[in-house]
Design a protein around this ligand. Structure first.
Ligand code: PGA
Length: 248
């Protein structure tokens, strides 16, 4: 299967700089042959990316979605609204949301459900903190996080994208080694396969300081089907170079 390389812009960007960044990525798409690309942008820029990217091979999505369908939830953005901007993806359960906004496994699972119900593919993030890794809890933590989502979405499990993002590797310059990452990805794959026979087609992305220098060795692992890229996705040459390192 083709790799999936997703940029997570986080709270970065502006009308003018987005235009330049999107233009550079689109211009470089011809050089990428074994990966699909997407960018997950701040919600206010969804109209801009929709206008700029429709008809191109670069997909787009949001960085979050509300767990609620509609109503008195000031500041929230519903899955239905995201669909109005033709979002293909919605990141759910990013560790920054879990850490700074108190999102529990159950909230993340509901968000994944809401996205799927609107025809949006949730990119479900799981990952352990450094303390959890050092306590030997990595597998237990990621399995618990993914189990909540599988329980909520049931037979739609094969429609998920999963991202393994060790919290200690995000934005720190520390990356899981390809072997460390593959070990966790294999655990996640087995868990997905136990839930759905079609889960061999689920993309399991790695995220956490992935960059142009380390992408090829990570993407060469059997169960690493792509990347969720933060910092490096803001630099078009780096983002494209990561995508170019995907092999068939
Ligand atoms: P990073 O972020 O690539 O800057 O480490 C990844 C992410 O948080 O999705």
């Amino acid at each position: 299967m083709n790799k999936l390389i997703v940029g997570n812009w986080k709270m970065n960007g502006g009308m003018a700089s987005n235009e330049v960044l999107l233009g550079s990525i689109v211009d470089g798409l011809f050089s990428v042959s074994h990966a699909q690309l997407a960018v997950c942008v701040p919600a206010p820029y969804l109209a801009q990316v929709q206008t700029r990217l429709q008809g191109s091979a670069l997909a787009w999505g949001s960085q979050d979605v509300s767990a609620h369908e509609q109503g008195a939830f000031t500041g929230e953005v519903s899955a239905h609204m995201l669909k109005d901007f033709a979002c293909r993806y919605a990141i759910v359960g990013h560790s920054e949301r879990r850490q700074y906004h108190g999102e529990t496994d159950e909230v993340v699972a509901t968000k994944a459900q809401r996205a799927l119900a609107s025809g949006i593919t949730p990119i479900v993030c799981v990952g352990e903190t450094l303390a959890e890794r050092e306590a030997g809890q990595t597998e237990a933590v990621v399995k618990r996080q993914l189990a909540a989502v599988i329980h909520a979405v049931g037979h739609c499990t094969s429609e998920l994208v999963v991202a393994y993002e060790p919290v200690w590797a995000i934005g720190t310059g520390l990356t899981a080694t390809p072997e460390q990452a593959q070990q966790v990805h294999a655990v996640l794959r087995a868990q997905l396969m136990a839930a759905s026979q079609k889960a061999n087609r689920v993309h399991i992305l790695y995220g956490g300081s992935m960059n142009a220098a380390n992408a090829a060795s990570l993407l060469a692992q059997a169960d690493i089907d792509g990347g969720l890229i933060g910092g490096a996705s803001l630099k078009p040459a780096d983002f494209l170079s990561i995508a170019q390192s995907a092999k068939a």
